[in-house]
Design a protein around this ligand. Structure first.
Ligand code: NAD
Length: 422
């Protein structure tokens, strides 16, 4: 009789986030008590979100809001609509938000929210009702001084407008500072919609230069063609990089001489996918990650670079547009192969940086022009790059560990100065 083998489950995003924190606190020499404070969310809320569908049937979804840390200011983080959302995933994403805000030195803690709904399967009316009900359920713990949501996977500026309206109706007056990533006509910031991608590209160009790779004519592949991936491809092309492959959840396309990103964008507006773009070759969706390019930008989901494919990923520079795209196992393979991985908490922080600018503008009711937003975004992203690259070099650390150490130190310092109540 054969003995059944028990396989350990693959590490989750939360396992990876916790392992990254453990590495940082060990390097910093923190004791177990401080480590536990930093590892544990301050507050978690699970809510039931009932929806009366257009056909009259009632469906029930699970919603979450996790506030990981508030030592440096209000909690801040996106809201994700995806059928794969779990409480553990939201916990991991909330922890990364804490480090991201600290690394960019914006006065926020970290949070994240999620509803396990597939937005592609619902009408606009159904999504509006889900958003309003979810917002009502988490109302007691959000607010412009408490916790400020923003768009993430599966949500957008329309979702933020519904959240702002629901919160405002319950307050009895308009509260533009309750969410960021709003439509500009409702107090959104110039440059917010493209901020994450602009930041990714500022960092990607700095990373390529640090490896001695010429920008003009360098080759890149971008995974995901949503809010982050689409503009990343566009700004890379504008900078002279040849974007030779892009993918979305339906498939991938490639062109060795470089894709016409503007034309591809029009194709996606018309058809809903990159698949079938004329003049490009079709490619298996996941093989996009293995294209022989100089820059790879995963900008879709977590865990896509893993033990099973890392050895075949040859890009010398990997810039994490998505949150958590590289598992711990893949990180170790990339280190052995000598590849440079720029971590999410640095690379995609442009979104939360301009969210912070939006919140500042909303609180002052004074709006900046696009040039001002973009100049501030660039200088702060590049300052963060210099700080992380400098720390990595001085202390012989990976960029991920250097970024986490810098961020964790700032959060721990705020925690120490505030003291423990009571
Ligand atoms: P989105 O929903 O706008 O786009 C996601 C894209 O990924 C879509 O094009 C989708 O088709 C594609 N995709 C899904 N599964 C895929 C797969 N298996 N292979 C290839 N493509 C796939 O989401 P987004 O806002 O662009 O977020 C993408 C990532 O960036 C997430 O990890 C998110 O947390 C992170 N992020 C977003 C922001 C922001 O401002 N939106 C800021 C920081 C980080």
């Amino acid at each position: 009789m054969s003995t059944p083998t028990l396989e350990a489950p693959a590490p989750s995003a939360l396992d990876d986030a916790r392992a990254q924190l453990a590495t940082a606190t060990e390097l910093l020499g923190y004791d177990e008590g401080l480590h536990a404070m930093l590892a544990t969310p301050r507050r978690e809320l699970t809510v039931a979100v009932p929806l009366r569908a257009d056909d009259g049937e009632v469906h029930l979804f699970a919603g979450y809001r996790v506030q990981h840390n508030v030592s440096r200011g209000p909690a801040k983080g996106g809201l994700r609509y995806s059928p794969h959302v779990t409480l553990d995933e939201v916990r991991a994403l909330a922890m990364w938000m804490t480090w991201k805000c600290a690394l960019l030195d914006v006065p926020y803690g970290g949070a994240k929210g999620g509803v396990n709904i597939d937005p592609r399967c619902h009408s606009a009316g159904e999504l509006e009702r889900v958003t309003r009900r979810y917002t009502s359920e988490i109302l007691p713990i959000i607010g412009p001084e408490r916790d400020i949501p923003a768009p993430d996977v599966g949500t957008d500026e329309r979702t933020m407008a519904w959240m702002m309206d629901t919160y405002s109706v319950n307050s009895g007056y308009t509260v533009p500072g309750i969410v960021t990533g709003k439509p500009i006509s409702l107090g959104g910031s110039q440059g917010r919609a493209s901020a994450t991608s602009r930041g990714v590209v500022h960092i990607a160009l700095a990373a390529l230069r640090s490896r001695g790779i010429r920008i003009d004519g360098a080759t890149a592949a971008v995974q995901g063609f949503g809010k982050v991936g689409r503009d990343t491809a566009r700004f890379l092309a504008e900078a002279g990089v040849q974007v030779v492959g892009v993918s979305d959840q339906y498939g991938a396309v490639t062109a060795t001489s470089g894709l016409d990103v503007e034309a591809l964008s029009d194709h996606v507006d018309r058809t809903g996918s990159v698949v079938g773009f004329p003049g490009a070759d079709a490619l298996d969706r996941d093989l996009l990650l293995e294209l022989p390019v100089q820059l790879l930008v995963p900008a879709a989901l977590e865990g896509v670079l893993h033990e099973g494919n890392a050895a075949r990923v040859t890009a010398p520079v990997i810039v994490e547009g998505a949150n958590g795209p590289t598992t711990g196992a893949a990180d170790r393979v990339f280190a052995e192969q000598g590849q440079l991985v720029v971590p999410d908490i640095l690379a995609n922080a442009g979104g939360v940086l301009v969210s912070y600018f939006e919140w500042v503008q909303a609180n002052q009711a004074y709006w900046w022009d696009a040039q001002e937003v973009e100049a501030k975004l660039e200088s702060r992203m590049l300052a963060a790059w210099d700080a992380v690259a400098g720390t990595a070099q001085a202390r012989d650390l990976s960029l991920r560990t250097a970024a986490t150490v810098l961020a964790v130190e700032r959060v721990a310092e705020a925690h120490r100065l505030r003291g423990l109540y009571p």
